[in-house]
Design a protein around this ligand. Structure first.
Ligand code: PMP
Length: 462
C-alpha cells in the first residue's frame, strides 16, 4: 500500500463502516466478533486490505467484474478527461463517448445494432423485459407477453428481474413477483434430469423448453431469457447441441431470444467478446454490465438487433410507439469513456486469447485437483470463468455442507487468495467454488490460486 492512510485513519474507517454500512449479502451478526474487510487498494490481480495484507483476487472484485485488473491509469485518465469536458446529460441527447463506445461495441456484435445505456445488470434486463412486453402489446394485443427463464439462472435483484430468477433460495423471502414469468428446466448434465449424455443430453434439455412453450401456449410466449454460461447458479456450461436447438425453437415459435451477458460478456469466456458467440446463435437482445468497464464506472447496456429497434420506429397510427423509458444515470459519460478504453486494452493486450489459454490451463489444474481430492465432484467452465462442485460422496453427489464450503473459502482467504462460492443453501445443485481471475492472469497467478485451493481442500476434508 502507498501509505497515504495511517493505521489510525484505517481504524476510524473500520469503526465508521461498522456503525453505518449495510453490507451486501452479509449477515451482520458476524461483525459482533470480527471486523468487516475493507479493501483499500488494488493493482493488477491483487488487492490490499486495511491491515496491509495482500490478496490474490481470483474472482475479479468478488463478483466477476474487474476484467482488465486494478489500477489501470489509462481508464482513469479517459474518465477524468471526459468528466472535465462533460459529466452528464440525459440520454434523450447523445454524448461523444456514448456514440463512440456504441460504435465500437456493435462492431464486435454482428447482427446487433442498438445500445440502450443504463447502470446495472438488473436494470439492463428490466429494459429488455419492458421492450419485450411493449412488442407483445404492439404486435400481439398483449397476448404474447410471457418471458421464459431457466432454473439456476439469475438476472438481477429488482423485483422484475427476480421474477425471472431461477435461484429459488434468493427469491424465497421477497415475493409476490411479477406475473408472466415462467421457468424452464436447467441444463446441468452433472445433475442430470434425463438418462442421456453429451449432445443427446443438450438436445433433450432444450426440448424441455419446447415442452414448456407448448404447455403455456406458443401464442402467449414472447421471449426466452438465458445466461450463456450460468454464473451464480453454479457455473453451468450448457452441453453440446443445446444452443442450436434453443435457436431452432425460438425461430419455430416466433420467440425473441434475450441473452444475459452480465457475467460472460466482454471477454470473460475467452476467444469471443461474448459468451453467446461461441455457439453461433443470433439473439434479439443482449444485456451486459460487469466487465463492460471493469468496475471503473457504473455502466450497463441493453443491446438489440435492428429488427427489434425497427418495431419502435415512428408509426402514424400509434403516437405512443416509442420506448417510454429513461435511466437517469444512463446519461453519465464516465461509463462509456471507461468502456471504450477497457475494450482497447482487451484488444491491444490480446486478452481474449490470454483468457482462452489461461482458462484451459486453469481447467486442467482443476481437473488435477479433482483427481487428487474425492470431494471435488465436477469441474467445469469456459475461459476464465470456472467452477468446482464439491460433494461429500461422488456416487450420490450429496453436496458438502454450507459450513464446509464456507471453511474452504475461509482457508483460501487465510492463504491470501480470494475465491467465491455459489449460494450454498439449496440441496442438490449448489456448493460450487467459483473462479474468475482477471483476463490478465498468468500461469504463475493461477498456480498460486490452485495451491491455495489444494491446501484448503486438504485442510478442510483430510
Ligand atoms: N445477470 C447476471 C447473470 C448476474 O450475475 C447479475 C449480477 N450478479 C445480474 C444480472 C445483475 O447485475 P447487477 O447486480 O449489476 O444488477
Amino acid at each position: 500500500m502507498d501509505g497515504t492512510l495511517t493505521q489510525n485513519d484505517l481504524s476510524h474507517v473500520v469503526d465508521a463502516d461498522k456503525a453505518h454500512i449495510w453490507h451486501h449479502l452479509v449477515q451482520h451478526k458476524a461483525f459482533e466478533t470480527s471486523d468487516p474487510r475493507i479493501i483499500v487498494e488494488g493493482k493488477g490481480m491483487r488487492v490490499w486490505d486495511q491491515h496491509g495484507r495482500e490478496h490474490i483476487d481470483a474472482v475479479s472484485g468478488a463478483v466477476w467484474t474487474v476484467n482488465v485488473g486494478y489500477g489501470r491509469k489509462s481508464i482513469v485518465d479517459a474518465i477524468s478527461e471526459q468528466l472535465m469536458k462533460l459529466n452528464y446529460f440525459a440520454g434523450a441527447a447523445g454524448s461523444v463517448p456514448g456514440a463512440l463506445f456504441a460504435e465500437k461495441l456493435i462492431s464486435k456484435m454482428p447482427g446487433m445494432s442498438r445500445v440502450y445505456y443504463t447502470n446495472s445488470g438488473s436494470e439492463a434486463n428490466e429494459k429488455a423485459f419492458k421492450m419485450i412486453r411493449q412488442i407483445a402489446h404492439k404486435r400481439y394485443g398483449g397476448k404474447k407477453h410471457k418471458i421464459l427463464y431457466r432454473e439456476r439462472d439469475y438476472h438481477g435483484s429488482t423485483i422484475g428481474a427476480m421474477s425471472a430468477g431461477g435461484q429459488v433460495e434468493r427469491n424465497m423471502q421477497y415475493g409476490p413477483f411479477a406475473p408472466g414469468f415462467v421457468s424452464v428446466p436447467h441444463c446441468l448434465e452433472y445433475r442430470a434430469q434425463w438418462d442421456l449424455s453429451g449432445e443427446a443430453y443438450g438436445q433433450r434439455a432444450a426440448d424441455a423448453i419446447e415442452e414448456v412453450i407448448l404447455r403455456e401456449g406458443p401464442d402467449t410466449v414472447g421471449a426466452l431469457c438465458l445466461e450463456p454460461v450460468t454464473a451464480g447458479g453454479g457455473v453451468i456450461v450448457p452441453p453440446e447441441g443445446y444452443w442450436q436447438r434453443v435457436q431452432e425453437i425460438c425461430r419455430k415459435y416466433d420467440i425473441l431470444l434475450h441473452i444475459d451477458e452480465v457475467v460472460c460478456g466482454v471477454g470473460r469466456t475467452g476467444t469471443h467478446w461474448f459468451g453467446y458467440q461461441h455457439y453461433g446463435i443470433e439473439p434479439d437482445f443482449v444485456t451486459m454490465a460487469k466487465g463492460v468497464a471493469s468496475g471503473y464506472a457504473a455502466i450497463a447496456c441493453c443491446v438489440t438487433s435492428e429488427r427489434v429497434f425497427d418495431l419502435f420506429k415512428d408509426d402514424d397510427s400509434d403516437p405512443m410507439n416509442y420506448f417510454r423509458d429513461i435511466s437517469t444515470f444512463g446519461g453519465c459519460t464516465a461509463g462509456p469513456a471507461a468502456a471504450l478504453e477497457n475494450m482497447r486494452i482487451i484488444e491491444d493486450e490480446n486478452l481474449l486469447e490470454n483468457t482462452t489459454q489461461m482458462g484451459d490451463y486453469m481447467l486442467g489444474k482443476l481437473e488435477e485437483l479433482k483427481d487428487k481430492h474425492p470431494v471435488v465432484g465436477d469441474v467445469r467452465g469456459k475461459g476464465l470463468f470456472l467452477g468446482a462442485e464439491l460433494v461429500s460422496d461422488r456416487a450420490s453427489k450429496e453436496p458438502v455442507s454450507e459450513k464446509q464450503i464456507g471453511a474452504v473459502v475461509a482457508a483460501c482467504n487465510a492463504a491470501g487468495v480470494i475465491i467465491g462460492a455459489t449460494n450454498r443453501s439449496v440441496p442438490g445443485l449448489n456448493n460450487v467454488l467459483c473462479f474468475a481471475p482477471a483476463l490478465i492472469a498468468t500461469k504463475d497467478d493461477i498456480d498460486q490460486i490452485i495451491d491455495a485451493v489444494d491446501g484448503s481442500l486438504t485442510k478442510v476434508f483430510a
